[in-house]
Structure formats: C-alpha cells, structure tokens
Design a protein around this ligand. Sequence first.
Ligand code: SAM
Length: 329
Amino acid sequence: MSCKEDKQAPSDDLKLRRDRFRAEVLSGLRKSQKELPSKYFYDEQGSRLFEHICALDEYYIPRTEAVIMETHIEEIIERLGPNVLLIEYGSGNCAKTRILLSHLREPAAYMPIDISQEQLLCTTRELAADYHGLEIIPVCADYTSDFELPVLKRPSARRVVYFPGSTIGNFDTIPAKHFLEHIAGVCGPSGGLLIGVDLKKDPDVLHYAYNDRQGVTAAFNLNLLERINRELNCDFQLEWFEHYAFYNPREGRVEMHLVSLRDQTVHLDGMTIPFAKSESIWTESSYKFSLDDFQQMAAGVGFKVERIWTDERQWFAIQYLVNTAGATL
Ligand SMILES: C[S@@+](CC[C@H](N)C(=O)[O-])C[C@H]1O[C@@H](n2cnc3c(N)ncnc32)[C@H](O)[C@@H]1O
C-alpha cells in the first residue's frame, strides 16, 4: 500500500473508534474463554500480512475463488445484469472485485465497505485510476454494527451485495443468520447476493491452510496483540504467546487461538488480566459449509440459491442468491 496521505481520520472519529476498540478488547479478555474480535486483525500491518497469506501455497481460498470467478465470469455478469449497484462487504484490496468490475455492464456504482480506513481509501484511489467513469462510494464502517448506506445519485436497476472470501464463515451460526438477514434487507426484493463460501474438505488441507510453513498466519494472529499494545497502550509480551489453529470437526470450523506459554499478567486501562499457562485467547473462527447447510441457512432468511459455481475439487463455492422475501432497508 502506498497511500500515506490518506491516513488522517478526523480526531473525534478516531477517538470514537479507539474507545470502541478498547471496550471490545476489555470485554473479550474478561470472558472465561478469552476472545478478541477478528475484525481487529486488519490494521496496516495486518492487511499487509493478509495479502501475504493470500499468496501462500497452503492458503487455497483466494486462488480457488479467483479461478471460479474467471471461469464463469460471463454467467456471473449475466446474473448481475446492467446498471447494478454493487455493494461489497469487507472489500480489502479488491483483488477479486477487479474481475467483476472489468466485466460489469454499465454499473450504476460500486460501494466498498471496510473497517480498515487506510486500506479502503488506498484501494478506492487505485480503482478510481483504473476504472474511469465508475462511481465509487467508499464506506468506512464496521458492518457488524449499525451504519447508514449513502444514497446513490442516480437510480440503479438492482442492488447486489458481494461478499467473497468466505468471510461469512467468520460468524457463528446465529450471527451468520442475522447478518444474512441484514444483507437481504440491504439488497431488497429484486436484489441479489454474490457470496464466496468455503466448503468442508480433508481436515489436513484445512490444517495446513491455517498453519503455513513460513509462519505468516502465526505473525498475522500475533499482530493483533501488537496492535493492542500500540493503540491501547497495553503490555502483551508477544514471545509469551503462540499461534494455535486447528479444525474442530464437530463444529465444522477452524479455530484460531493465541496460547499463553506461561502464567503471566497483562495490563490494560488500569486492569490486570491474568493468564494461566496454556490458557488461550480465541481470535477467529472460520466455519466450513456443505452446500445443503448453506442453502438451508440462506432459505431461513428468504434467500433462494439460484446458481452455484465450484472448482473441480469442490473446495469452494461461489453462489448467487436472490432475495425472495425482505423489504429494502
Ligand atoms: C479476509 S479479508 C477479505 C478481503 C476480500 N474481500 C477478499 O475476499 O480477499 C476481510 C476484510 O474485511 C474487513 N472486515 C473484517 N471485519 C469487518 C467488519 N466487521 N466491518 C467491516 N469490514 C470488516 C477487513 O478489514 C478486511 O479488509
């Protein structure tokens, strides 16, 4: 990333976000199973490490999803139709979005939503340089909280939400349903959802995807503690925590934790947080789905799966869902 001048956020806004960050970290570390929200992985260093993860041999997700997109792009574009408002949740570096943007027919606008302001502004600037004439409306927001979508200057034929990368897998089952319900409201009765969903597979493949040989995923996980130290003036000793990720077959999810290597205490905001040796902080879940499970969950909130595209190994699915029920938010 090279958009240094975009980093300045209004100070009130910054304070508000910092206060929310502190409150959520404290609340997570007070639980009996300590946890931290995975949305905080993506500071500048975290976003850079995630890009590195996406290039790893073991991390099959972005590569597989991009191949499916490229193979079926004509059919995908056919579903989206002309004059679409494309709204992306968790846009990141928009690598796969570019495949869509390069083919869309006279899109009304593209609205990327991301919690990471630096990455959002940097990516928006790069897209604006590459896609002349495309209206891009970046929204810096936490999509798990209440936020308003800006009103479009001109009408669109339909709204399609794009949610790639199997980020839906980072939600637990009930929050995932609520989130899909929210999306159904955003895209409205004639709208659609284009979503990437990671499928159940050999646990060994999953294990190596989250335990790469170079230790990039471990660095990504530990960077969360570094961010908390830097932004919240905390004193985690990084060398006393270790990355631990495993597939939990009963729950159908990969769990990522940071395990304390000794008895220790950490200080944050006047609070002392004790850690016993081997105690963990749960930092992320990545649920893996069967096509049936996902279809049922989507149907429960009024989404009908209209089309599924997969790779040869059936490791990943891109699905187009239409909203058969909800009203527009
Ligand atoms: C796993 S990356 C996926 C990026 C991209 N969509 C892809 O498929 O490669 C997740 C992205 O979502 C953003 N993100 C995570 N949680 C978020 C939240 N609660 N609200 C808004 N953005 C979020 C992160 O900042 C990051 O850019």
